[in-house]
Design a protein around this ligand. Structure first.
Ligand code: NAD
Length: 503
């Protein structure tokens, strides 16, 4: 049996139970179908076969999950931070122990390649470990003193929160939200993406087996417009942590307005990688191709716009096209595959539509630009050259393995091209001129920038975007600022003067 066949049969073994029972909701420690009994399907992007039925929840299911989260909040929010730490470390260990099951399930459900997904569970566990370690200090605040007063601040968990996640790397992304919420003392109702529901169910089961009390983490599956909307509108939910498209973020803000919901948004991106002619071109090309062609290009921080100084533009584009042509596109469970199938035919259609648009607008497809094979959602790694910044391929988030290359003459032009988009999530800068690097990073409109580097995450640093790419920051203590309320108590150090009234 080949490695691929062996991997497929193991993946089918891991997901067998979903085929027999469906992907159920998980509320108050129990697996439950939607109250209506309704179901949707999750399909394999490899051949569009049905992988499993999934609970199609509505407001009644959300209400049930919120009630469980409210009940659990009473004790979880009072559980000492050191005890929360102990439990969450156990969750991290349990995730690591089932890393293969998580990775194989994720590959099957999302089409992401095993070589990247094998690290997703490890990174998810790292998220749990990192925030577990912060739990004992989560309540801490500061003391400020005047001659008359001593003010002390402290933080309290905000209450049950809703976490709504997208389908790209769903396991890792959900841990990035759920781990800090639990470490802060909040309870959670999680609504995973309808295209990739499986690993959310695995996570809650793993967490409870590791000792997380029932009702602290609940999962409600279903469509965004019903289950997701109901979660954002529920009075019992105090905050919504959302990762997804910018226009969905805008809808969630409107839906949450009547209940004054606190929101945290990690949204789309159209991130520039800017290469000056003094840069290490080989490293810049390797990093740019990695950041757009890994994870199928379905990555919010992908380097989707390649801005290259005109003196090296042809050389850089030639190298990128060669790499794009050599990349192995194939079954996500093949260890050699780099680019797997895109998540769903609906998304594949969107990505394919940009190839005609690019040609109509006058750009050139220098590599890829085609669907591969007759079944499944496979697209060739693509490079679009001779593009200008006003084209759709330069402005809109394609969310596939599609890189748009645009030449620039000098620093000012590079900066204005980089900033001339609605998004502002990440930017990558390649130059060996230190003064230029400082000038550019001072002026680039992005929440996160990397100089002479691909995206390398350090969990204590802030993660998030500006402009249409998001609101709020995750990572380090920034996460706790979202999941907690800061309160101030003032004690007198001397009697304050009180103006007597009516005397
Ligand atoms: P999406 O916005 O379509 O869906 C995300 C989630 O929102 C899903 O669970 C969906 O069911 C739910 N949803 C949809 N409509 C809703 C509504 N009206 N109310 C409540 N919930 C609703 O996004 P997607 O297509 O699943 O994911 C891709 C997007 O996610 C891309 O734009 C990508 O850039 C973004 N993303 C951003 C980051 C980041 O950190 N900035 C990370 C990963 C993905």
């Amino acid at each position: 049996m080949s490695v691929l066949q062996d991997n497929i049969s193991r993946a089918m073994g891991y997901t067998e139970r979903f085929r027999s029972t469906g992907v159920l909701n998980h509320i108050d420690g129990a697996s439950v179908a939607a109250i209506s009994g309704d179901e949707i399907e999750t399909i394999s992007p490899v051949d569009l076969s049905v992988l499993a039925k999934v609970a199609k929840s509505d407001a009644a299911d959300v209400d049930r999950a919120v009630k469980a989260a409210e009940t659990a909040f009473a004790s979880w929010s009072k559980t000492p931070g050191a005890e929360r730490r102990r439990i969450l470390i156990k969750v991290a260990e349990a995730i690591e122990a089932r890393a293969e099951e998580i990775a194989f399930t994720e590959c099957l459900d999302t089409g992401q390649a095993l070589r990247f997904m094998s690290k997703a569970a490890i990174r998810g566990a790292a998220n749990f470990r990192y925030f577990a370690d912060q739990a004992p200090g989560a309540e801490d605040g500061e003391v400020t003193r005047t001659p008359e007063q001593m003010n002390t601040t402290s933080r309290r968990p905000i209450g049950p929160v809703g976490v709504i996640t997208p389908w790209n790397t769903p396991f890792m992304l959900s841990t990035w939200k759920i781990a800090p919420a639990l470490a802060a003392g909040c309870t959670v109702v999680h609504k995973p993406a309808e295209f990739s529901p499986m690993t959310a169910k695995l996570l809650v089961e793993i967490a409870e087996e590791a000792g997380l009390p029932k009702g602290v983490l609940n999962v409600v599956n279903g469509l965004g417009e019903s289950a997701g909307k109901a979660l954002t509108e529920h009075r019992g939910i105090k905050a919504i942590a959302f990762v997804g498209e910018s226009r969905t973020g805008s809808m969630i803000m409107a839906q949450g307005a009547p209940t004054l919901k606190r929101v945290h948004f990690e949204l789309g991106g159209k991130n520039p990688v800017i290469v000056f002619d003094d840069a290490d071109i080989e490293r810049a090309v390797d990093a740019a191709t990695f950041m757009i062609y890994s994870l199928n290009g379905e990555r919010c921080t992908s380097s989707s716009r390649l801005l290259v100084q005109d003196s090296i533009y042809d050389e850089v584009c030639k190298r990128v096209a060669e790499i794009a042509g050599r990349i192995k596109v194939g079954h996500p469970l093949d260890p050699d595959t780099v680019v797997g199938p895109l998540i769903h035919p609906v998304h594949e259609k969107k990505v394919l539509s940009y190839f005609d648009k690019a040609k109509e607008d006058g750009a050139t497809i220098a590599a890829g630009g085609v669907k591969l094979g007759d079944e499944g959602c496979f697209i060739a790694p693509t490079l679009v050259t001779q593009a200008t910044n006003d084209m759709a391929v330069a402005q809109e988030e394609i969310f596939g393995p599609v890189l748009t290359a645009i030449p620039f003459k000098h620093e000012d032009e590079a900066l204005s091209l980089a900033n001339d988009v609605d998004y502002g999530l990440a930017a990558y800068l390649w130059t060996n001129d230190l003064s230029r690097a400082i000038r550019m990073t001072d002026a680039l409109e992005a929440g996160m920038m990397w100089v002479n580097s691909p995206n390398v995450r350090h969990l204590p640093t802030p993660f998030g975007g500006v402009k249409n790419s998001g609101i709020g920051r995750d990572g380090g203590d920034w996460s706790f600022d979202f999941y907690m309320e800061t309160v101030n108590v003032s004690f007198p150090r001397a009697d304050a003067a009180i103006t007597k009234l009516g005397g």
